[in-house]
Design a protein around this ligand. Structure first.
Ligand SMILES: Nc1ncnc2c1ncn2[C@@H]1O[C@H](COP(=O)(O)OP(=O)(O)OP(=O)(O)O)[C@@H](O)[C@H]1O
Ligand SMILES: [Mg+2]
Length: 311
């Protein structure tokens, strides 16, 4: 049976409970947080998986609505764990995490947070739930109660947005890693969340796929969505409004991409790449060229053209 038929597919226990929670949300506008609440607000957030070693150690992080934030950090620094706190999949052992003004530990807020903070997981196999692509993409919005004609529209639109038009009837199990990652992204887009959390969502994409994905992120950001992008690609991070670097479960530094990504020594110390244009800028300066330090390739290119035309 297709999810997209008016009858929809049978709701599993989790979906049924989410649907039940939906009525709580609909019934509770009076308790909704006022608009100025930030998208994400963590205070002293500490978390342990095993009850003894803390993998997040007192994170203070505020992300405003409409901001585009990149989160960087070496393997095991806590990025995915922090991301899972942003849609209440995990909740703090110490401190507090509010999403859109709601405490993630409040069970009454779970449905609202999960429906408004859409996440693409690091491993798409952890995310895909249906055997047919269209059912998979429809899963989230269907559980939000989106009616069938709109569901079809959202599925088609989301698959188009991730560069997989015509993949509706394909089996998810037969897709490549990059295609699965795109389907997972389409499923998140189809929910039309206010906050978009992307945990290395481009790690399996080819360069053209990554470029289109960044274009998609920019257009979501331009449309007012909050974008939180975890990435190991410095060129992606350089396009954010703000970069936050984690190390050992703590915020090691944060700031504008130009401030953070131009600190080559710090990045190397944290096991991160130095952006190519920054490394080239520094090499040119070391060779006596009077160039600034740029973290975005097109800015370095423009300066080099200016310097060349003056020579
Ligand atoms: N389900 C889990 N159970 C126990 N420990 C976990 C679990 N998931 C992660 N950890 C541990 O928590 C720490 C942080 O892991 P996390 O996955 O958040 O790191 P990350 O920054 O996302 O790393 P990567 O760049 O490899 O994706 C690591 O030490 C990891 O071993
Ligand atoms: Mg991770």
């Amino acid at each position: 049976m297709s999810t997209l038929e008016p009858s929809g597919f049978a709701l599993g226990a989790a979906a049924a409970s989410a649907a039940a929670d939906a009525s709580d949300v609909a019934a509770a506008p009076a308790t909704a947080a006022p608009d100025p609440a930030p998208a994400v607000d963590a205070h002293g957030l500490a978390f342990t998986y095993d009850g003894s070693s803390f993998v997040l150690q007192g994170i203070d992080l505020r992300i405003e609505r409409g901001e585009f934030v990149a989160i960087l950090g070496g393997n095991g620094s806590g990025k995915s764990t922090l991301a899972k706190h942003m849609n209440a999949l995990l909740t703090p052992d110490e401190g507090r995490m509010d999403v859109l003004g709601r405490d993630t530990r409040d069970p009454q807020a779970t449905y609202l947070i999960r429906s408004q903070a859409g996440m693409v997981f690091q491993n798409p196999d952890d995310q895909l739930v249906a055997s047919l692509v269209e059912n998979d993409v429809a899963f989230g919005p269907e559980n939000l109660g989106v009616p069938a004609p709109e569901l079809r529209e959202r599925v088609d639109e989301s698959l188009e947005a991730v560069g997989l038009p015509g993949f509706q009837k394909r089996e998810t199990a037969s897709l490549s890693g990059g295609q699965k990652q795109r389907v997972a992204t389409a499923g998140m887009l189809a929910m039309r969340p206010e906050i978009v959390i992307l945990d290395e969502a481009t790690s399996m994409l080819d360069p053209q796929g990554r470029a289109s994905f960044m274009e998609l992120c920019r257009s979501m950001h331009a449309a007012g969505k909050t974008v939180v992008m975890i990435t190991h690609f410095m060129e992606e991070a350089s396009q954010a409004d703000r970069v936050v670097v984690l190390d050992g479960g703590r915020v090691a530094c944060e700031g504008a991409p130009d401030e953070v990504l131009s600190q080559a020594d710090l990045l190397e110390h944290l096991n991160l790449d130095v952006p190519f244009s920054c490394a080239l800028s520094l090499a040119l300066r070391a060779a006596g060229v009077d160039a600034g330090v740029h973290v975005r390739p097109y800015e370095l290119k423009e300066e080099l053209c200016r310097l060349h035309s003056k020579a």
